[in-house]
Design a protein around this ligand. Structure first.
Ligand SMILES: O=P(O)(O)O[C@H]1O[C@H](CO)[C@@H](O)[C@H]1O
Ligand SMILES: O=c1cc[nH]c(=O)[nH]1
Length: 289
């Protein structure tokens, strides 16, 4: 039996942060960082049967092309992903009344649609990157036991050696996306990539405003790094934790990002929302075709 302090339920029976009951959640989940993006996704739904909001976590559940989806905003960062992934898994794999783990497990399909900064000169603003792997600079997964079998340890080792990774930084880890989900995004408009999830937008992504960096050459080394046929393509702030916790809990996960900045050409598109709308429609169509 899981204690109330470990799995907090609200007085109406909803789970603590997401304010959802099991029946409010679809098996296909779209995660977005920005609360406002939930409406952009839900506006494509043919019908809507549920919506709830608590803090930055806004959920809408409905149907698109005859399939049920929940779209949920996570806010920014892997600390929020720890909350969202654990509560999503509890909703499907823990009996909330008995407070017991269910024998039969359900697997969610989780697709994050985000914004991102490109780390290679040839990935322009407005491109779409499908993250085949994610590198976590955040350290969140390392609080859980037995993450190693779910990580790409040779990639991790090569990356840390090449960059001279400082041991004062969180221990970087690498996790693959769901291949089954990634295979749905094979069109020429989708570039395959390796995505770093950083625990910050400025220093952890190599941006200097007033404070100098602990590893000033890191972005240059990231751009140059190669492992087998892989090169690192982009920065965002959630995928590593989504991939890591999904793999460990038995869910499928994938991130697809709209590039809104290129860190080497110095360009950015702050008016990216019309492009985001196009990407969302393409993702929903690829998931339901
Ligand atoms: O646009 P979203 O989905 O929030 O994604 C990116 O944008 C935020 C930073 O501006 C971070 O959450 C990053 O991952
Ligand atoms: O450069 C960028 C752009 C969007 N999101 C990020 O995390 N980084």
């Amino acid at each position: 039996m899981i204690q109330q302090s470990e799995l907090i339920l609200n007085s109406d029976g909803t789970i603590f942060h997401l304010h959802l009951k099991p029946e409010n959640l679809a098996d296909q989940v779209i995660l977005v960082g920005d609360q406002a993006r939930v409406k952009t996704v839900a506006d494509f739904f043919d019908t809507i049967d549920f919506s709830a909001q608590n803090r930055e976590f806004h959920t809408v559940t409905g149907r698109y092309n005859n399939q049920r989806f929940s779209v949920i905003s996570t806010g920014i960062g892997t600390d929020n992903i720890d909350i969202v992934l654990n509560e999503l898994d509890a909703l499907v794999n823990i009996d909330l009344e008995k407070r017991e783990i269910k024998k039969e497990k359900r697997s969610l399909k989780i697709v994050r649609i985000g914004t991102s900064g490109a780390l290679q000169e040839d990935i322009p603003v407005n491109a779409y990157v499908v993250s085949q792997k994610s590198i976590g600079f955040d350290g969140m997964l390392k609080f859980y036991a037995h993450s190693e079998p779910f990580c790409d340890l040779p990639f991790e080792k090569a990356f840390k050696q090449f960059t001279g990774w400082k041991d004062t930084l969180p221990d970087a880890y690498v996790v693959d996306a769901s291949k089954r989900l990634a295979d749905r995004f094979n069109g020429a408009e989708f570039r395959k990539g390796v995505t770093i999830s950083a625990p910050g937008f400025y220093g952890p992504q190599g941006r200097v405003l007033r404070l100098p960096l602990a590893m000033p050459q890191l972005n240059k080394l990231i751009e140059q790094f190669r492992f087998e046929d892989w090169k690192i393509t982009n920065f965002e702030m959630e995928s590593s934790a989504i991939y890591g916790l999904s793999k460990m809990l038995g869910h499928q996960a994938l991130t697809i990002c709209l590039i809104i900045a290129n860190r080497f050409t110095g360009q950015a598109n702050e008016n990216y929302r019309p492009e985001m709308k196009k990407l969302i429609k393409m993702v929903l169509d690829c998931l339901t075709k």
